[in-house]
Structure formats: C-alpha cells, structure tokens
Ligand binder design. Sequence first.
Ligand code: SF4
Length: 433
Amino acid sequence: MDEAVTREAGPATATGEARRETGAPRHKAKPELLAPAGNMEKLKVAIRYGADAVYLGGKAFGLRNLAGNFTLPELSEAVQYAHDRGVKVYLTVNAFADNLELAELERYLEETAPIPLDAYIAADPGVVDLIRERFPERDIHLSTQANTTNWRSARFWQSQGVKRVNLAREMSLEQMRETAARCDIELEAFVHGAMCISYSGRCLLSGAMTGRDANKGECTQPCRWNYAIVEESRPGEYFPIREDETGTFIFNSKDLCLIEQLPELVRAGVGSLKIEGRMKGIYYAASVIRIYRQALDSYWEDPESYRLKPEWLEELSKVSHRGYTTGFLLGKPRDVDHEYLSCYVRNFEFVALVEGEANSGGTAVAVRNRLQVGDVLELIGQGSSFTRFTLQQMLDENGVPLKVAHPNQRVVLPGLAGAGEFDLIRREKATPR
Ligand code: SF4
C-alpha cells in the first residue's frame, strides 16, 4: 500500500442491537437507519455498513420485482442472519392487488407467516385490511406508495392499526413536524435516493410505454428519457424541444440527499431514515449507508457540537447519482432541482469485493470490474475514511501472477493491510461522464 489517505475514521459502527433503543418516547429514541436489501449479498452489505433495519421483497407482491428478491427459504435465512445481528427485517407487499390477485396474496402471506419478520410494508388498503384480519400479530408499515401527505392521513392509518407510515417525499420539514406533533404513529421518511416525478410510483408512463407497470414494481424510469414533440399529421418528424445540446429531459429529477438536514429530521420526530435503492448495487448501498450511519451516530452522541463533515458530502458524490436535491423538504422544488443533462455523475466505479484473508496469505477479492496491475484504487470499509493505493501485484487462485483480472474472477492481492470481509475497492474513472 503506497499511500494511506489520512482521514480521521468516524466512530466505530455499533452493532444493530446496541443501537436499538426501543420503548422510549419517539423524540427520545434513536432513529433507525433503514436500508434496501435487494438480495442476500446486499442484505449482508447493508448490515455490515450499519443499517438498523432492512427492507426487502419476496418473489411476489413486493414492488421492485426486478431487484432480485427472496424466495421463502432465502427469506428465512435473511431474517435469521439479520436477527442474529440485531437488525430488523421488513417485507414489502406493497403492490396494488386486483380482485383476482387477492387469493394468491393471502396464500403468500400464509407462507410468510411462520417467518419472524418485523413488519409487512403495505400500500393498498385492501392488503392492510387482509393483514389485520388474518395476521393481526404482524406489524404493518405503510409504504410510500400510499402517498401519505398530511397529518390526517397519518392519523387515519393510525386508527387502522398501522404502526408506521412512510411520509411522502412531497412533504416539507414543517409538515413532517406538524404530523409528528398531531399523531402518535411512527414516522419514516426517505433521506437518500431517486425521486419520482409522480407521487412515488403513481404513474402510468412506464406501463404505457414499456408494458412494465410502476405499481407492480417494474418501473423502467421513462421519466428520465429524452423527449421530442411529434405533430400528429407528421409521424416520424421529431421536433426537438431543446434545453441544450444533450437533449430534453422534461421529467428528470435530481436525486434526493438529506444528509445536511438529518438533525432537523430527527428533531422533527422522524423515527426511521430510509435509503432508497433495492435496484442499486452493493457499492452504492455500502457507500451511502456508511455515511448516514456516521452522521446519525455523530449527531446522536453529541447534538450540540455536531457538525456536517465535508468528507461525508465528498463520499456521497462518489456514488452514481444525478446531482443532488433536497426535494420538497425545504419548499417546492425549483428548476435547479431538475437534471437537464441526462447523464449520471459516475466518477468512481466499483471494481472488487474483499472476501477475506486468502489461505495462501494476502487478501482474497472477487473482481466485479476489470482490474489491472498499476491501477490506482481506493479501499473503503465501515468508517468514512478510505485508503488509496496502487495495485502492485495480483495473483490468481493458484498463485500465478496476473497483469489483468476480469469480472467474476477471484484473485489474491498481496500486501493489502487492514482489509476485511465486505470492504470494497473502487477506482476513479479516467473520464467522468
Ligand atoms: S416513470 Fe418516473 S415518475 Fe413514473 S413511476 Fe417511474 S420513476 Fe416514477
């Protein structure tokens, strides 16, 4: 390792069990950091990087059907793994069912009933009713798909036996504060991730244009595509409505990032801080979770002297995103909250996952992106620090030196001191797009 970046590592991440403080009044309990888990690997990474709770989908009735999702045996294994580490698991059943799907949904709930999940996440009032009737012992969290935008809605759901509501991204901080003051129900809010230009998934664009229904978890995000105008009697003649030379992206929101407003959210009474992204990869999840973990722990330990660290923002800028916005939290979004250039900011790419110490010595890593001797790389772990190094040597599993390694290959990196399982290796891209 030729260069250690001297960044002060943040406080060690506590275990989920130690972080959890149940039973205290909402304003005194430490908020939960809730992270996505699209599959078993993402679940392990989310827990490793500091999630207090994870949300995931089964193979039916959970939005994000394209995210991988869990079979019933996988779900049992995931819950066991999480509970062993003091982390809660919420299962999404937040699709909107039609009459024909109700029986199948009931069967699915029966199949998942023996699994000690911590809550179902539902959106459809019919699904809420079914869970309450058939599985009254199970906690229900109301999904963002239900679009709770005011305190009366939150109070209504409270009266329906719902334990927690996810507040719509369209609510301001002041509205969240008022909702917390007027209701006695747990409040959850998104703090990071993609924005939807309709009310969180209540949109027909994807279903109409690609046959993939956003309300069945299959949104292809056509709101982020490039558009032109066609006059009906001139098919095939596209009139550009140019915003700039890259095209016209009329529905294309920046991504939500509320790291700077985290203390205000906690003081407003939000008890669960949710990160979006079951479709995102492990590098994204780890990078975002670890920074919010640091910020939340740091604020909770000493609110008076809490300061936002510039390196937290810097680290969040190193994951793929579309520019950041505070969305509706501080007032209605303006044109600066829109992304007029279609491109994602992707300055760094994830290249390898550390699996642990190799039998032969050195560090075993699973290669996810082409790796070459001479690459300048960064190793990240749970803290906000990272270590930069130049890759001097690389061996295959038989100890044969390699110049280049390819995705899905396992290799050994000698001399990578301090690396542990689930640490990640990234590389700055030569030409940022
Ligand atoms: S197309 Fe865009 S606005 Fe519509 S549901 Fe998907 S993300 Fe939301």
